[in-house]
Design a protein around this ligand. Structure first.
Ligand code: SAM
Length: 169
């Protein structure tokens, strides 16, 4: 079994804004580091990615694990609501409105990914996959911003990132 990687520091710091025991969607979950972290914290996880092979190797009997191409297929959570949505190191702007719609009132979005300026430090370098200045604040302006951060971070490696925690009213 592969060792599970550490969660993003942003998620680790802010996850407790999501109501205890709530339903959480880990979008583009990858190897499932946030799925595992949040399940251990007592949340009910739904994890989705176009490639779930890594996560299938982890023993997570209570996780609702879905495979889908989020950029080619219709939004798979129409009519479903979550107390929390986590998006880390993934950017597909057409889904922004789906994320807002899929939060229950009081639900919390935790978004943490690379932004312009990161190309000096490593991948991603393609501007399509890099947030513009304050883009998360603008894109999710109908949510109440609880925390926002933008700029160079040193850990786990130097990168230029933008991150938000925002609550649906
Ligand atoms: C850099 S990884 C981040 C994984 C995870 N969120 C984390 O922080 O560890 C990006 C993930 O997005 C997924 N992904 C990319 N394009 C996708 C798509 N069209 N539909 C679903 N998942 C996609 C990849 O398979 C990959 O697991």
């Amino acid at each position: 079994m592969t060792a599970v990687k550490a969660p993003s520091p942003w998620v680790k710091t802010h996850y407790s804004n999501i109501v205890a025991g709530g339903r959480v969607l880990d979008l583009a979950c990858g190897s499932g580091r946030h799925t595992c972290f949040l399940q251990e914290k007592g949340y009910q996880l739904t994890a989705i990615d176009k490639d779930i092979t890594a996560l299938q190797e982890v023993d997570l009997p209570n996780v609702n694990l879905l495979q889908a191409d989020l950029e080619e297929e219709p939004w798979p959570f129409e009519g479903k609501l979550f107390e929390g949505i986590i998006v880390v190191n993934y950017l597909w702007r057409p889904l922004f409105s789906n994320l807002v719609e899929s939060l229950i009132p009081g639900g919390v979005l935790i978004y943490d990914t690379f932004c312009l300026g990161n190309e000096a430090y490593g991948r991603p370098k393609n501007p399509d996959f890099l947030l513009r200045p304050r883009e998360l604040k603008t894109a999710f302006s109908e949510l109440t911003c609880l925390e926002f951060s933008e700029g160079l971070i040193e850990n786990p490696r130097p990168a230029v990132r933008q991150s938000i925690v925002a609550r649906k009213s």
